[in-house]
Write a protein that binds this ligand. Structure first.
Ligand code: PLP
Ligand code: ZN
Length: 396
C-alpha cells in the first residue's frame, strides 16, 4: 500500500494507540474506536505558493496532506467546487459576506464524492473486491460511482425513503442495492447483519478511517479560495458530522502549517425533528443520546444515532462554534430563498445551513463585518420534488 511522505499512521481516537494503515483497515483492533490518519506536517513538501501555481482542479492537488499519493487516487477530479457569493442573504443575516461552498458541482452531485475517493482508494489498495455501506442515498451513489471506476463491486443499503435519484443512480453505476423499509437506522441494521456473512470491505462512515479524511479538502479549498484568510463562520448541515470533523481537522492542520492564522467557528446545523448533536451541545454533554423517533424530510441529516458525536461536539466547541436546530418548513424556505435570490440550487437538506444561519443571526451571533460560509452539501436537483412540494404547501 503506497502512502504519502507525511502520513505517519492511524491513531485511535479512543485509546490513543497507533497502527500501520497496511494492517489496520477499519476500526481500532484493540478497542473498536474510530481510527484517524496522523501526519508529520514537517514532511509536507507543498507550500501555498506551489498550490497557487497549480490550476484549481480536484482533490489530488492536496495529496501531500492526504494518506494516498495522487498517482494511486481513485479520482474523478471531485472537489474544486466554487465558493459563490449570496449578497442578498448576507443582507438578511446582517453580515459582510455570505459565501456558498457549492458541493452540488461534484461528479455525483454531492460532497460525498470527496470521502468516496479516499475510501475506495483504500479499498482498492487493500485488495478488496466489494465495497459496502448503509446510506441515506448520496453516499451510496458516490460509493457506487467510485467503485465502478476502480473496477470494484458495490453493495448499498438504503432506506425506502431515500430520494429516487440517488437510488436510480446507484443501479446505473452498477451497484447492488438493498432497499430497507423504514429509516436510516433500519438500513444500518440490515447492513450490519449482512456484512457479518460476506467478504465485503466496509466504506461506512467512521468505520473506514478515510471518509472524514477526504472531507478535509473542503476546508483546504475554502481557505485557499479566501486567500488563506479563514472565514469567520462555517455553517454545516450536520448528520453524522463527517464533513464537520474533516473540515475542523483541516483548519487545525493549516494553522499548524502556518498557512492560516485562525480557524473559523464551525456551527452544526440540524433539523428540529432530529437534532441529537444540538441537544447534547445545549446540555453541555460530551456525547449525544440517540433520538427515538427521528422525523425530518431532510434525509441527508436524519441521523438519529451519530456514532462520532464526541468528535463532532469537540470540533464545534474547540472552534468556538455552536449547534443550532430549525424546523423543516424553515429549512425548505431558506433553500428556496437561496434559489430565488442567489440562483444557486441548494439541496433541501442543505437548507438547514441557511436557516441555521438565520437563527444564529437572530440570536445575535454576528456583529456585521463577518464572512459566513454555508456548505451546500448537495445539488437541489436531487431533491427537487421536496423543494417543489414546499412551494405547493404555500399554494404556489
Ligand atoms: C451526508 C449528507 C449530509 C450530512 O453529512 P455528515 O457529514 O455525515 O454530517 C448533509 N447533507 C447532505 C446532502 C448529505 O448527503
Ligand atoms: Zn483503540
Amino acid at each position: 500500500m503506497e502512502t504519502t511522505a507525511a502520513l505517519t499512521g492511524l491513531r485511535c481516537t479512543d485509546c490513543g494507540e497507533d497502527f500501520d494503515p497496511e494492517a489496520a483497515t477499519h476500526q481500532c483492533p484493540d478497542c473498536g474506536g474510530i481510527l484517524d490518519p496522523t501526519y508529520d506536517l514537517d514532511a509536507v513538501a507543498t507550500d501555498r505558493e506551489t498550490l497557487e501555481s497549480r490550476s484549481f482542479s480536484g482533490i489530488a492537488r492536496y495529496a501531500d496532506l492526504l494518506p494516498f499519493p495522487a498517482e494511486t487516487l481513485v479520482t474523478m477530479d471531485e472537489g474544486a467546487t466554487p465558493l459563490v457569493s449570496a449578497p442578498d442573504f448576507a443582507e438578511r443575516l446582517g453580515v459582510d459576506q455570505v459565501l456558498l461552498k457549492d458541493e452540488g458541482r461534484n461528479p455525483t452531485g454531492s460532497f460525498k464524492d470527496r470521502g468516496a475517493a479516499l475510501a475506495v482508494t483504500a479499498a482498492s489498495e487493500h485488495g478488496a473486491e466489494t465495497v459496502a455501506l448503509p446510506s441515506a442515498g448520496n453516499a451510496g451513489q458516490a460509493a457506487s460511482a467510485y467503485a465502478a471506476r476502480a473496477g470494484l463491486d458495490a453493495e448499498v443499503f438504503v432506506p425506502s425513503r431515500a430520494v429516487f435519484d440517488t437510488k436510480a443512480m446507484i443501479n446505473v453505476h452498477g451497484g447492488e442495492m438493498t432497499v430497507v423499509g423504514g429509516r436510516l437506522d433500519d438500513a444500518v441494521a440490515a447492513f450490519r447483519d449482512a456484512i457479518t456473512e460476506e467478504d465485503w470491505y466496509s466504506v461506512a462512515t467512521f468505520e473506514t478511517p478515510y471518509r472524514h479524511e477526504g472531507k478535509k479538502t473542503m476546508f483546504y479549498e475554502i481557505a485557499e479560495q479566501c486567500e488563506w484568510e479563514s472565514p469567520d463562520h462555517v455553517v454545516y448541515p450536520t448528520g453524522g458530522g463527517v464533513g464537520l470533523v474533516g473540515m475542523a481537522k483541516a483548519a487545525r492542520e493549516l494553522q499548524e502549517l502556518g498557512w492560516i492564522d485562525d480557524g473559523p467557528a464551525f456551527h452544526a446545523a440540524q433539523a428540529t425533528g432530529c437534532a441529537p448533536i444540538v441537544e447534547a451541545f445545549e446540555a453541555g454533554r460530551a456525547e449525544h443520546e440517540p433520538v427515538e423517533h427521528p422525523d425530518t424530510i431532510c434525509g441527508g441529516i436524519e441521523v438519529a444515532d451519530p456514532g462520532a458525536s464526541r468528535l463532532v461536539l469537540d470540533a464545534v466547541r474547540e472552534s468556538g462554534g455552536t449547534a443550532v436546530a430549525t424546523p423543516d418548513d424553515e429549512i425548505l424556505g431558506a433553500a428556496v430563498d437561496i434559489a430565488q435570490t442567489a440562483g444557486i440550487e441548494m439541496g433541501a437538506t442543505c437548507g438547514a445551513a441557511a436557516s441555521g444561519a438565520l437563527e444564529l443571526a437572530d440570536s445575535g451571533a454576528f456583529d456585521g463585518d463577518e464572512t459566513v460560509v454555508l456548505v451546500n452539501t448537495a445539488t437541489g436537483n436531487k431533491e427537487s420534488d421536496i423543494l417543489r412540494s414546499h412551494l405547493m404547501s404555500q399554494g404556489i
